[in-house]
Write a protein that binds this ligand. Structure first.
Ligand SMILES: NC(=O)c1ccc[n+]([C@@H]2O[C@H](COP(=O)([O-])OP(=O)(O)OC[C@H]3O[C@@H](n4cnc5c(N)ncnc54)[C@H](O)[C@@H]3O)[C@@H](O)[C@H]2O)c1
Length: 349
């Protein structure tokens, strides 16, 4: 049988969902039958051109990485933070990529500020399509003596703050009637006992909150997912000693400490049409850290593809912009002394 295969491309969309507009349907036709195979061109799947986004905790670290990735994929991105010094600088960086951006000061634990923040983003951008709820803190210390105020602070920023943001963002997206993407930053600490109870519980809460909100808001075409990084050398980890960083590498099958840029692809995936049928998912991005703690005994240690110097490029950038001094490894034990002290105690340093 002679096959004359031809392709025609037409636009297709998901009813009521702006995220489907960039789809292409490639129709395959031949002489004896005609079939339609829905297939989007890869470039359009991940294209965020025209999308309007916000990232909380977007001034430095993981949030800055998320914001840069969304902007590089075409979105205008608002930087939401409480760091009035660095937030505007990161917004300026986004504008340097040719996208619109603004810095909005907002403490995510304050409901009124959160609503005002969403209103400010919509006033500037006209709408909200993508929201990344990433602001987070850790206060380490032995759980038997942890002050209740410290427990409250961590749960307040990491879990309550993310919930308040999800609420305000979803109200806006529901009103727009064109769907949306909400992405929360969880952690591998939601899955393994990795930090202390306040932090681990806040992140486990994020994962299950994400599932519940995904179930509730699916009818509005809002996808709610979360990303779980492992250890990232952000300012949060600037006080992590060198010996601990090596231990992390030893326990990670991919052999190096995660960098903010290792999350660029995952966040664009969850923000784009590529993930339209993914919701309520916790995307673990950990270099395999949670898979196997016995790499060294198994003799599976391979030369890393990323050097210790490359791991700290963004950390050193952030600390420089923050005006925080650091040593050759990008370490400043005074930035988060409780983290430095907890590691010292655990490793007998
Ligand atoms: N660094 C890691 O190893 C790691 C691993 C897994 C998950 N995470 C999570 O990733 C997220 C970002 O972490 P990071 O390492 O970039 O931290 P970071 O400390 O480097 O940056 C956090 C940002 O959040 C902002 N922020 C803090 N409290 C806020 C509040 N109340 N309202 C608004 N903004 C606030 C800070 O000003 C800062 O810009 C957090 O949720 C964290 O728990 C971090």
């Amino acid at each position: 049988m002679r096959l004359a295969v031809g392709f025609s491309i037409r636009r297709a969309g998901r009813a009521g969902d702006d995220f489907g507009l960039a789809e292409c349907v490639i129709e395959a036709q031949h002489t004896s039958m005609s079939s339609v195979t829905p297939c989007r061109a890869t470039a359009t799947l991940f294209d965020l051109t025209g999308k309007k986004a916000l990232v909380t905790g977007g001034a430095v670290g993981i949030g800055r990485g998320f914001a840069l990735a969304l902007a590089a994929a075409g979105a205008d991105v608002a930087i939401v933070d409480i760091d009035d010094k660095v937030g505007p600088i990161t917004a300026e960086e986004i504008r340097g990529l040719g996208r619109d951006s603004l810095y909005v000061r907002c403490d995510v634990t304050q409901r009124e500020q959160v609503q005002a923040m969403v209103d400010a983003v919509v006033a500037r951008f006209g709408r909200l399509d993508i929201a990344v709820n990433n602001a987070g803190i850790a206060i380490l210390g032995a759980d038997e003596t942890l002050a209740q105020s410290d427990w409250d602070k961590v749960i307040g920023v990491n879990l309550t703050g993310a919930f308040l943001c999800c609420q305000a963002e979803a109200r806006q997206m529901i009103a727009q009637q064109s769907g949306g993407k909400i992405i929360n930053t969880a952690s591998m600490s939601a899955t393994i006992a990795n930090c202390n109870a306040s932090y681990d519980a806040s992140k486990a809460g994020i994962v299950h909150m994400t599932k519940t909100l995904a179930a509730e808001w699916g009818c509005h075409n809002i996808n709610v997912n979360c990303i779980s990084p492992s250890y990232i050398l952000s300012p949060m980890h600037a006080s992590t000693p060198t010996v601990v960083r090596q231990r992390i590498r030893d326990l990670t099958p991919l052999g190096y400490v995660e960098r903010p840029e290792d999350l660029h692809g995952p966040v664009v995936f969850l923000a784009s049409a590529a993930s339209n049928y993914v919701t309520g998912h916790d995307l673990m991005v950990d270099g395999g850290h949670t898979l196997n703690a016995w790499l060294v005994p198994l003799g599976r240690v391979l030369p890393p593809r990323v050097s210790p110097e490359q791991e700290t490029v963004q950390l050193k950038h952030d600390l420089t912009v923050m005006g925080v001094p650091f040593d050759a490894d990008g370490i400043n034990p005074d930035l988060h002394p409780e983290i430095a002290n907890a590691f010292k105690a655990a490793f007998g340093l």
